[in-house]
Write a protein that binds this ligand. Structure first.
Ligand SMILES: [Zn+2]
Length: 397
């Protein structure tokens, strides 16, 4: 039996589109698929491309209130529907604009994450499945938030819980923004451990994800947050990540791992202020893969997430897929993809390598000895905190 990898993909993802002036552009998924294809990952013998199905209303309502789902449905049919009050649900001008077909576009992403989870959980041939359109981690029960209409992650978790009532799920979120929606949805649930690494909420939306958010009731101790100083670079992050994530997963010993792979931690991302270069995602992917194999029953459900630089996101997620398939790629880009990017994203600098290394983000203020020391000391304190506070909480369970 080979370890197969499923990529859940459809052109229908393009329909999740808030308009041309919105930062979340579906073109990033098209460019991701194109790069994976041009690098011949899609023809790899261990890879299967699977088309998602649309989630049923009932499946969506395992997470969202029927009232909210109904509002999304109505506005999806008629964005000018006067019988509803969209702003109460955080829909409208701003982060979550209303668009025709938004219900179906969101439901297919939920369906895709269900299939992603189902492949890994039910089909022994598949150890890893990846839905790059998923990871809409901000939406909550009756509100859209941060470009997320429905929380596909929550829907997939509920789906898994239906298959096995007492399943233990570890959710690991590396998006630059705190994984607040998933955290709050399962805040009192000890069977869903949420771990989020993100830019400190004092400096970035959604202003949560502090170290004192550790869960409530029976879920106390099962929410873990690592807020990071803006400008944290590859070296500091990977040191923190490798010294915390594997230990947490080893102690929790879940039945399955779900990761949210937002890549808006990239140093040039227009929405955030972190200091990662692309090479860090290869290292993160390797650590996740090892963790899934060693501590999570060799089951890894990978979902996408944020990332707003259209030339960076495809490269980051291609690095993730390559690691999932154990393919060593050369550090160059196909000419045909460079040409495509020049045509479709003429306003961004054209990239010529698959990954850039940490040196590029050694900008002056970050390499100032005092700042550098502050970040090193701070990440070390997070490692200590994890050992002293988070791990014992998990052991007690
Ligand atoms: Zn984000």
């Amino acid at each position: 039996m080979v370890d197969k990898v499923a990529l859940i993909y459809t052109e229908e993802y393009q329909k999740y589109n808030f308009g041309k002036d919105h930062p979340l552009r579906p073109l990033r998924l098209e460019l991701t698929y194109s790069l994976m294809e041009k690098l011949k990952l899609l023809e790899h013998e261990r890879l299967t491309i699977i088309k998602p199905r649309i989630a049923t209303q009932q499946e969506i309502e395992t997470i969202h209130s029927p009232q909210y789902v109904e509002v999304v449905k109505k506005l999806s049919e008629n964005p000018k529907d006067k019988t509803v009050t969209p702003y109460r649900y955080n829909l409208g001008p701003g982060d979550n604009p209303i668009f025709k077909g938004m219900y179906e576009a969101s439901a297919i992403i939920c369906g895709a994450s269900i299939i992603t989870a189902e492949k890994v959980w039910k089909d022994d041939e598949y150890k890893i499945a990846f839905n790059p359109a998923g990871g809409l981690h901000h939406a909550i029960r009756d509100k859209a938030s941060g470009f997320c209409i429905f929380n596909d992650i929550g829907v997939a978790i509920k789906y898994l819980k239906k298959l096995k009532k007492d399943i233990r799920i570890a959710y690991l979120d590396i998006d630059c923004h705190h994984g607040d929606g998933v955290q709050w949805l399962f805040y009192d649930d000890p069977n869903v451990l949420t771990v989020s690494y993100h830019q400190d909420g004092r400096y970035l939306f959604p202003s949560t994800g502090f170290i004192n958010e550790t869960g409530e009731g029976e879920g106390k101790g099962f929410s873990i947050n690592f807020p990071l100083i803006p400008g944290t670079n590859n070296k500091n992050f990977i040191n923190l990540f490798r010294k915390t994530a594997p230990k947490i997963l080893e102690v929790y010993a879940p039945d399955i791992l779900i990761t949210q792979l937002g890549v808006d931690t990239y140093f040039n991302d227009p929405q955030t202020q972190m200091g990662f270069s692309l090479s860090v995602y290869r290292d993160i992917a390797q650590t996740m893969k090892t963790c899934a194999r060693e501590y999570c029953q060799n089951k890894w459900v990978a979902l996408g997430g944020g990332g707003y630089l259209l030339t960076a996101v495809p490269r980051a997620w291609t690095l993730f897929l390559a690691r999932m398939l154990d393919v060593e790629l050369e550090n160059k880009l196909p000419d045909s993809w460079i040409k495509e990017v020049k045509e479709k994203v003429p306003y961004e600098d054209t990239p010529y390598v698959l990954w850039d290394r940490g040196e590029i983000v050694e900008v002056e203020w970050l390499s100032h000895p005092e700042v550098a020391k502050k970040i090193i000391d701070y990440t070390k304190s997070l490692i200590d905190l994890s050992n002293e506070k988070y791990i014992p909480n998990l052991v007690k369970s």
